[in-house]
Design a protein. Sequence first.
Length: 153
Amino acid sequence: MRSAITGFVLTLAICLLAICLAMAAENRKSAGDETGTIMSLESAWNQAAVQHDPRAMSMLLADRFAYTDSAGSVMNKNQWLDLMKKETATEQLGNSGITVYLYADVALVTGGYRERVKLKRNSVVRSGRFIDVWIKQNGEWKCIGGQATLITP
């Protein structure tokens, strides 16, 4: 019961963070502010993934979202969220070398990631590169697409 309450509180905190960031983005005009907002949303994505929280992730995604994973599978928003419900392997996830390219109400994000995932009984650390595309709809940034590529050592 305690873990369910903790999970709910964490989900609520992530959701409030995403809402506050989106509201802050509406009031800011400079590219630096928009870049900071996108970087914060990328961090919220990582938190939702590590917490295995499809509700928080759903708030970040546009209704017409498409994702291609490192195995080449293509998923829409519902498929991605269903996978998150089942997926419990991600233990840590962090980004590096992020670049945000702003084009009016569209942002292209490129960067690297490093994750620790549990495969069978072992934790494995792996790295990759990603691209996310965000669009500003009704004053809120939503991710419309993403792609991840594993880098083999």
